[in-house]
Design a protein around this ligand. Structure first.
Ligand SMILES: Nc1ncnc2c1ncn2[C@@H]1O[C@H](COP(=O)(O)OP(=O)(O)OP(=O)(O)O)[C@@H](O)[C@H]1O
Ligand SMILES: [Mg+2]
Length: 366
């Protein structure tokens, strides 16, 4: 049987690094052939963080970082393929999300910017690249995010069971796959973004391994309530968010200043939990099965609190649907690249709020 290979590359808001997957879409049941992760070093993370706000010579810095990232993406692709028998000429395309430095869906004529020099990535790999997936949805009036729900539907739906997919990346997002209703999907709020930022600020570690530090603290209920009062949480979908809203400044505005750092960490963990749990209660009350994915699904403290916050629902990992928790997002961008090359739509207007379904992305031929 002929193979139909695509590569998906995701580097998300957590700024942890590059996830890449090789997928064979030949059968009706796409197969994950190989995976590769390349971490960002602290210097690259620092430079990317600095570009989240405007600053001196930002156009130059953005262009240079786009090139640097594309070299890292290409290295990741080469390592990925080196562990397989698949040659670059057999890969139809790379779907590359790029690194978000601005996501402003709600300003007049919204915009979103992902750094990647797709031409350079195509040149270095000699593989066609599809990138800039979000802009077309925004041009059609949508949020440009989340884009993964169409993929979750294609891969994880059940004809009998109401499933919910919860991705806990930098931002947490959910997709409700109710066989009897339209698909619902939106960003719930922070996933790991504030947990990582507070942890780095106080401990120097880039994340709180398994929530062990958070487990030493106590949830400050007044702080939790104050945070949950942010307008974002009560807004109706379609909605999406990023570092523009959920950042250390947002947190610091809510602190009295005398809180114990570990209590703040425990409270931030509970914020992520409550943002997800409330979204499920409100928008997916009939859900029977909840599947978690993304790096936050490794955080045992977080998952244990989530189990407590959603009693009566079965919480599993996407591994049980055939894709391990770390690779769902990259898999989605391989799928989205295939949609683009097949001239099929990739967004769901019911999710993003766009005027209609659109073929997403820009193609840079091999
Ligand atoms: N063992 C662990 N304990 C706690 N947190 C973890 C653990 N492993 C991973 N993480 C968290 O997961 C994050 C990475 O998750 P992931 O790659 O899914 O997010 P992302 O890059 O923001 O992706 P996206 O925005 O596309 O969802 C890390 O920054 C860290 O916060
Ligand atoms: Mg990541």
């Amino acid at each position: 049987m002929e193979s139909n290979y695509y590569i998906g590359i995701m580097s998300g808001t957590s700024l942890d690094g590059v996830d890449a997957v090789l997928v064979d879409f030949n059968s009706s049941d796409p197969k994950l052939i190989q995976t590769q992760f390349c971490p960002y070093d602290s210097e690259l993370r620092k430079q990317l963080l600095a570009l989240q706000q405007s600053g001196y010579d930002e156009l130059h810095r953005a262009a240079m970082l786009g090139k640097r990232l594309s070299c890292l993406y290409a290295e990741t692709v080469i390592k990925l393929l080196a562990n397989t028998t698949v040659k670059s000429e057999h890969v139809s395309a790379i779907g590359c999300h790029g690194q978000t430095v601005r996501h402003c869906p709600d300003v007049e004529k919204g915009y979103t910017i992902q750094l990647v020099n797709a031409a350079l990535l195509a040149e270095l790999t000699q593989i066609a690249v599809v990138s800039d997936f979000r802009s077309r949805d925004m041009a059609a009036g949508g949020q440009g995010a989340p884009l993964v729900p169409a993929f979750h539907h294609a891969l994880f739906k059940s004809a009998l069971c109401h499933r919910v997919i919860v991705n806990i990346g930098g931002i947490a997002n959910i997709t409700s796959l109710d066989p009897n209703n339209t698909i619902v999907g939106f960003d719930c709020g922070p996933g790991n973004i504030l947990l990582d930022a507070w942890c780095l600020h106080h401990t120097g570690e880039i994340y709180d391994n398994n929530g062990q530090w958070a487990a030493k603290g106590k949830v400050i209920s007044s702080l939790l309530e104050d945070m949950l009062n942010d307008h974002f949480f009560s807004r109706q979908p379609p909605k999406s968010t990023g570092r523009e809203l959920f950042n250390l400044e947002w947190l610091k505005h809510k602190l009295a200043g005398k809180e114990l750092p570990e209590d703040v960490q425990a409270t931030l963990l509970q914020l992520t939990v409550m943002a997800i749990a409330r979204s499920i209660h409100e928008y997916c009350p009939t859900a029977a099965e909840i599947y978690v994915c993304g790096g936050g699904a490794h955080n045992t403290q977080l998952i244990n609190r989530l189990i407590e916050a959603i009693p009566g629902k079965k919480i599993m990992r996407t591994d049980q649907l055939g894709v391990a928790i770390d690779w769902v997002e990259a898999f989605a961008f391989a799928w989205l690249a295939q949609q683009t090359l097949l001239r099929k739509t990739g967004n769901l207007s019911a999710v993003t709020g766009a005027k209609g379904e659109r073929i997403l992305g820009a193609i840079y031929p091999a």
